[in-house]
Design a protein around this ligand. Structure first.
Ligand code: SF4
Length: 233
């Protein structure tokens, strides 16, 4: 059994590579790396690559990603010899339209995220004891208390945030230092990038996640919220 309090104290000032190394050693093949190929994820993918670790990389392919995001995933697969598992919802977007009506994301984005993100991820994470996320405390008010290691009450496994203490500046310094490929949309004022219908560019002075579900109270897709999974039916 892991003493989370001890681990969090130990990792608070640790390098992310040390936290990743502990996770790989502790969970082995039962560790999943879940990423949407955003900056934090890219940094840790590169760190694992540098450590010679062939991680179980999972990404949610909702069928509504930007072309630029799909291109970036393919580039990382080629350049870094990654094997990326695309987690897809049971229904295509067209099938969802037949079942739930057109553009569910405009009428009920929580239900849409449950169908296309949180429930499919839950089905995938059943096979793992722990998962790595790109959560950072500086990303939003809702994430400011992110713990480096926690028990995920929703997915019933250990959840790791090795870059929790890093800042946006540190992440981009790393990306530029290693000349890592990143999403071309970042150069068009997109900061946090999710599904195309629910993401817009951010204006100067806005919160970095202001472009997600803009105009709505919703700020998270639900993956990182503690509530029970909404049925994907
Ligand atoms: Fe649907 Fe938008 Fe959630 Fe994507 S981000 S699953 S389009 S509501």
């Amino acid at each position: 059994m892991h003493d989370l309090s001890d681990l969090n104290q130990r990792f608070e000032k640790a390098a992310p590579q040390d936290i990743l190394g502990w996770a790989v050693e502790t969970f082995g093949r039962d560790l999943a790396f879940v990423t949407s190929f955003q900056p934090s994820g890219l940094v840790m993918l590169h760190m694992l690559y540098d450590m010679g670790v062939q991680a179980n990389v999972l990404t949610l392919d909702t069928g509504l990603l930007f072309t630029e995001t799909n291109e970036l995933i393919e580039r990382w697969e080629q350049d870094f010899n990654l094997k990326v598992t695309r987690i897809r919802p049971p229904q295509t977007v067209a099938e969802q339209t037949l079942t739930h009506g057109a553009a569910l994301w405009e009428r009920d984005p929580d239900h849409c995220c449950a169908l296309r993100k949180t429930a499919p991820l839950g089905d995938a994470l059943i096979h793992y004891q722990a998962w790595i996320t790109g959560l950072r405390r500086d990303q939003s008010a809702a994430r400011q208390d992110t713990r480096i290691v926690s028990w995920d009450t929703k997915y019933k496994n250990f959840k790791l945030a090795p870059l929790a203490t890093w800042t946006d500046e540190m992440v981009w310094t790393y990306i530029h230092a290693y000349e890592l490929p990143y999403n071309a949309l970042h150069d068009q004022h997109y900061y946090s990038i999710g599904c195309q219908p629910c993401t817009r560019a951010v204006a100067s002075g806005e919160d970095t996640r202001a472009g997600r579900w803009s105009g709505r109270a919703k700020t998270e897709c639900g993956i990182h919220l503690p509530q029970p999974l909404e049925s994907g039916a």
